[in-house]
Ligand binder design. Structure first.
Ligand SMILES: Cc1cc2nc3c(=O)[nH]c(=O)nc-3n(C[C@H](O)[C@H](O)[C@H](O)COP(=O)(O)O)c2cc1C
Length: 211
């Protein structure tokens, strides 16, 4: 489209955006959570497959269900965050392809018979969608704290086990234990006084090649 965003937006999305562990006592409304999903859903996934599923934990009760799965260093930042998102992926994402990719009925069949491709596609694209969530959150003025330090099996069992509803979801769309956790992300309005100095990044010459 050739449109660019201004420097202020680039600061908000990248240069000034940090990973937060301490939070201001300011809630994240359900309306903001809806706006967040309604932004991130537009970013691309392969065959428009959209395999990510998001469980937004807001209540103390939901956080307590998560607590036993958290690595010790991630407990306090998670319990105090206004919202913790479980970024997960649905291994039956291809069942939605007739709606999401209607011009190519063969695509769903391709996945049905290829569990390896299902897993690779689900992991790759749910990771992308998790990153889109982070960028969309920043665009809405929220701060993030992504985490991989937790017990996946425990989270899957507690939130996505066979026959259990997805906590906090209006409907049981995770009914058969085919949803797996990818990573967690705390959301809120961060407390900048608790930040450590920014860590360095690789320079262009260290990370990129021009061929
Ligand atoms: C997928 C992922 C997993 C992470 N896991 C943890 C974690 O378990 N605990 C933690 O304290 N930080 C975790 N981090 C935070 C990173 O260490 C942090 O984003 C990185 O050092 C950059 O910090 P900055 O955004 O403040 O520059 C994780 C980040 C990502 C993207």
């Amino acid at each position: 489209m050739g449109r660019t965003v201004d420097d202020n937006a680039l600061d908000t999305l990248f240069r000034d955006a940090r990973t937060y562990a301490k939070w201001q006592p300011r809630p994240v409304t359900d309306e903001t959570v809806h706006r967040l999903y309604d932004l991130l859903k537009w970013a691309p996934t392969s065959a428009n497959s959209s395999p990510a599923r998001f469980a937004f934990l807001r209540s103390t009760e939901a956080k307590e269900r998560l607590r036993p799965a958290l690595a010790p260093l991630n407990v306090e930042k998670t319990m105090t965050a206004p919202v913790t998102v479980i970024v997960a992926y649905d291994l039956k994402f291809y069942e939605q392809l007739p709606k999401l990719f209607p011009h190519s009925p063969a695509m769903a069949k391709l996945f049905e018979n290829n569990p390896e491709m299902v897993e690779t596609t689900a992991k790759r694209n749910s990771s992308l969608q998790g990153a889109y969530l982070i960028m969309a959150a920043r665009a809405l003025g929220l701060d993030c704290g992504p985490m991989s330090g937790f017990d996946h099996a425990k989270v899957d069992e507690e939130f996505f086990a066979a026959g259990k509803p997805c906590f906090g979801c209006d409907q049981e769309f995770f009914p058969e234990g085919h949803v797996k956790t990818n990573f967690l992300c705390n959301l809120g309005y961060g407390d900048p006084t608790a930040l450590y100095p920014r860590l360095p990044r690789l320079a262009f010459s260290e990370a990129c090649s021009l061929l």
